[in-house]
Design a binder for this molecule. Structure first.
Ligand SMILES: N[C@@H](CCC(=O)N[C@@H](CS)C(=O)NCC(=O)O)C(=O)O
Length: 213
């Protein structure tokens, strides 16, 4: 399918959950334009933005008139739709399609959701300690799932780099402080991914400037 217009990305910063979307779009070689919204200006709850995304969150994309939000869903959509540009999703009939879907969904539904606990329910010191212990325990379980794979192959799929690596690499840094050391396989994996020209160009791993938000 031809791309008639650049994909519009609505975000607050390159390092919010638009990071994985922009990185994937760059890997796919597609044109895009960023639209930076400011929370403090009420941009997320403006009638114009709510008409695109009634949840008032970012990212949202508009691709040739098609509006879609939810970062994992956007990446699944783009990797399939533009597979002819670059194969970053296994074909529907490929055996690895199952693992691919598993990691695409796991990265957000299991890993990112657990990490997000650290930003909620932490009003008191006791809550903070309890949440920290919970997240640490979960991260140990995540390591148990990822390590045996990353110890024997460079990417999460045996066939090579895919959109699932983008999803995982965008989320793993949030778990960094909770991982059990030594941790060579996940570190080498992240180093490999952080050096990808598309990740560098889209500034996924830079410290965000949130001063204007
Ligand atoms: N599960 C959603 C989460 C979207 C989300 O919570 N985005 C944050 C920014 S990363 C947001 O829009 N927060 C609203 C706010 O900060 O007011 C996704 O992956 O797209």
């Amino acid at each position: 399918m031809l791309q008639n217009q650049p994909i519009d990305i609505y975000c607050m910063a390159n390092q919010d959950r638009s990071d994985r979307v922009r990185w994937l779009i760059e890997e796919l070689g597609l044109d895009y334009r960023d639209h930076y919204l400011k929370r403090k200006n009420g941009d997320l709850n403006s009638p114009r933005y709510l008409a695109l995304n009634p949840t008032g969150r970012v990212p949202t994309i508009v691709d040739n008139g098609k509006v879609i939000y939810e970062s994992g869903a956007i990446c699944l959509y783009l990797a399939d739709k533009y597979r002819h540009k670059k194969e970053l999703a296994p074909a529907f009939e490929a055996d690895e399609r199952a693992e691919y879907l598993q990691w695409m969904v796991w990265s957000v539904a299991s890993l990112e959701c657990v990490i997000a606990h650290m930003f909620t329910h932490v009003n008191t010191e006791a809550e903070k300690a309890e949440t920290h212990a919970f997240v640490k325990k979960q991260c140990e379980i995540f390591q148990r799932a990822l390590n045996p794979i990353l110890e024997k192959q460079e990417y999460i799929l045996k066939s090579g780099f895919s959109a699932a690596d983008i999803m995982l690499a965008a989320v793993i840094p949030g778990a960094w402080d909770y991982l059990v050391e030594p941790n060579p396989a996940i570190k080498a994996y992240m180093n490999r991914l952080m050096q990808r020209p598309a990740a560098v160009k889209t500034r996924v791993f830079e410290v965000p400037d949130v001063s204007g938000h």
